[in-house]
Ligand binder design. Structure first.
Ligand SMILES: O=C(O)CCC(=O)C(=O)O
Ligand SMILES: [Fe+2]
Length: 603
């Protein structure tokens, strides 16, 4: 059964200035160009083994594509730039589609031209160039993805088309692939580090690796997010690029392949666990304080199958640090506040539970938001669950993934577990026969379940890598079987701007203000519509009026950021949007966005 989820908390803290894209490599573009063009310098930087793979280069323009056939006719190898063979050497690549453990073909040897290297070294140009090189590569013929990576296929993989490409913050910056006009993929390492330029690609094989070790690259379609690609339970992903608050190591251990579930070792620390609980207990604001949990995307309604209590922590230091770390772990850079749901803190007492559900929110007819992630919509993509208390298996309170296989080879079947439960007098006193709680306890004992441990955390995905909802991600909070409190929290990350934000996707037949609109037939209707109507708005507090000293900006009722003297926020909004300034929880100013393309509201 798919349950609707609680409304997301108010959009959290101020949009932060973008953090630079991750680079595990000490990159400097000037240095990189110099290095690329200087065979001698280069020889000092990489292991001599790579020299065995030197090929001369050709730059290919104009290509005839036969998408049904793996053989491609490449014509007009016009601007043939044969370079000094020592100048451009890239590791051999094993290319994967996002989230897939099996590479999609045999080793790919890339032979970029000096033109590509010297002119296309920004992040977006790099994505475009690498996609073009992969498309033109002769070696990516047969593959294990039940398809041939011919030009048409690979192109379609990276560019899912206007109806299936969610608009990300940087959509306008993407550089279409030369000769094809399609959107490029972005490329990640197995651990979720984005490869930003050729210099970075060159440095990927660890110095200690055997000669000619190939590099596994994960291609993520335009508009989509990176997803880990484990091939066996127990497989680890060491995230040496993610900063741990106490300098420890963070790594993922695969708990299940479908649903995709991981134990994130070292994600957070005990002091953060204590802080989360303290803050939840001390939350004063009506919308954020601890109270009986609700379900559904349409406001607060208490459900009989979600009996926990919850609170929200959107902008404490711990919440912000955890959200940032969560994005780092997931390979999503830069951090984007509009993809993050606030930290939701949960408390369960004896017998309370949350019935199996999807975190992916069911579309609501009364909301204009486009939840359909197989298309251009936005919805929950990944969840990181944090546990603050220790529970033994017999004490219940696990998180159960009802479609997942138990890690315990001795686990009973669901029927056996139900029999055991009914033979236990204490448990029969706790749960009515045939109640959802009784059924759930039997699922918790037989399916994949994770027992809470202080400062332990789990990651799972609610979508497939291409955005479709993953029904296997059905999970729940198991009934607590003893007199003890379970404290947990979740961080939800959306695949594109989330419900409640001005840049969130709206249903195809609505405009940004919820009014029905005529369907347009255009090459990229979404991009055109959204751009047409977008208004760039700046909110400023000049500090001239003491009334606004503690001003806080809200998009309608959703927290946006502090607007104290000297502070300002620039956002893309739409005509008719309502922005409020509150002081001590009271609205002291309301602005309604007008027609002009650029507007400034000043306190
Ligand atoms: O409490 C748990 O273990 C799971 C909670 C959960 O799934 C949720 O709040 O969405
Ligand atoms: Fe959930």
């Amino acid at each position: 059964m798919t349950k609707k989820r609680a409304p997301p908390p108010p959009p959290p803290p101020p949009p932060q200035s973008s953090t630079p894209l991750i680079s595990p490599f000490s990159s400097s573009s000037t240095l990189s160009i110099a290095v690329f063009l200087c065979g001698i310098c280069f020889a000092l930087l990489i292991p001599p083994s790579f020299f065995s793979k030197i090929l001369s280069l050709t730059f290919i323009s104009n290509t005839n594509i036969n998408t049904n056939d793996s053989t491609r006719t490449v014509s007009n190898v016009a601007s043939s730039l044969t370079l000094n063979s020592a100048s451009l050497i890239l590791p051999q690549i094993l290319l994967h589609r996002n989230g897939e453990p099996e590479p999609c073909g045999s080793l790919v040897t890339l032979t970029p031209t000096s033109r590509i290297i010297s002119q296309k070294n920004t992040l977006y140009e790099f994505d475009s160039s690498l996609t073009s090189l992969l498309l033109n590569s002769e070696s990516s013929v047969k593959n294990n993805c039940n398809a041939i990576i011919d030009l048409g296929h690979y192109t379609n993989f990276c560019d899912m088309g206007p109806l299936k490409t969610p608009l990300q913050h940087d959509h306008e910056k993407l550089v279409r692939v030369e000769g094809y006009g399609t959107l490029p993929c972005s490329y990640f390492t197995r651990e979720g580090v984005r490869v930003e330029n050729f210099e970075g690609l060159m440095k990927l094989p660890p110095i200690s690796s055997p000669p000619n070790s190939p590099v596994h690259l994960y291609a993520v379609p335009a508009g989509r997010l990176f997803m880990f690609a484990p091939s066996f339970v127990g497989e680890e992903f060491h995230l040496t690029h993610v900063k741990h608050p106490e300098g420890k190591k963070i790594y993922l251990e695969t708990l299940s392949l479908s649903p995709k579930v991981f134990d994130i070792h070292g994600f957070f620390v005990e002091s953060e666990a204590d802080d989360i609980v303290d803050r939840a207990l001390n939350q004063k604001s009506e919308s954020h304080k601890l109270k009986r949990s609700s379900t559904g995307a349409n406001g607060y309604s208490v459900s009989s199958t979600r009996t926990s209590e919850n609170a929200f922590d959107t902008h404490s230091k711990s919440a912000k640090d955890l959200k940032q770390r969560c994005f780092d772990v997931l390979g999503i850079r830069p951090y984007r506040e509009n993809l993050a749901d606030g930290l939701q803190v949960l408390r369960y007492n004896i017998t309370t539970a949350y019935i199996p559900h999807l975190d992916w929110i069911d579309p609501s007819p009364s909301l204009d938001h486009d939840f359909l992630t197989g298309g251009t919509g936005s919805n929950r993509y990944a969840t990181i669950l944090l546990y603050m208390t220790d529970f033994e298996k017999v004490e219940g309170g696990e998180t159960v993934f009802v479609e997942g296989k138990s890690l315990d080879p001795e686990a009973p079947s669901q029927g056996e577990a139900l029999e055991d439960l009914r033979a236990d007098k204490r448990l029969t006193e706790l749960f009515k026969r045939d109640s959802w709680q009784e059924k759930m306890v039997s699922q918790c004992k037989s399916a994949l379940s994770v027992s809470p441990k202080r400062a332990k955390s789990v990651l799972f995905y609610s979508q497939h890598p291409d955005g479709r909802k993953d029904d296997a991600s059905m999970h729940g909070g198991c009934p607590v079987l003893v007199k003890k409190q379970k404290w947990a929290a979740n961080l939800w990350v959306w695949n594109a701007p989330r419900l409640g934000y001005p840049e969130a996707p709206v249903k195809a037949d609505r405009n940004a203000n919820g009014k029905k609109k005529q369907k347009k037939v255009a090459a990229d209707p979404r991009a055109a519509d959204q751009q047409d109507q977008q208004v760039h708005v700046t909110f400023k507090n000049r500090g001239n009026d003491a009334t606004f000293k503690n001003g806080v900006l809200f998009y309608e009722e959703s927290f946006w950021g502090n607007l104290h003297p000297g502070q300002q926020h620039s956002v893309n909004s739409f005509e008719g949007h309502i922005w409020n300034v509150k002081v001590n929880d009271k609205v002291v100013k309301t602005w309604i966005v007008g027609k002009d393309k650029v507007q400034v509201f000043v306190l």
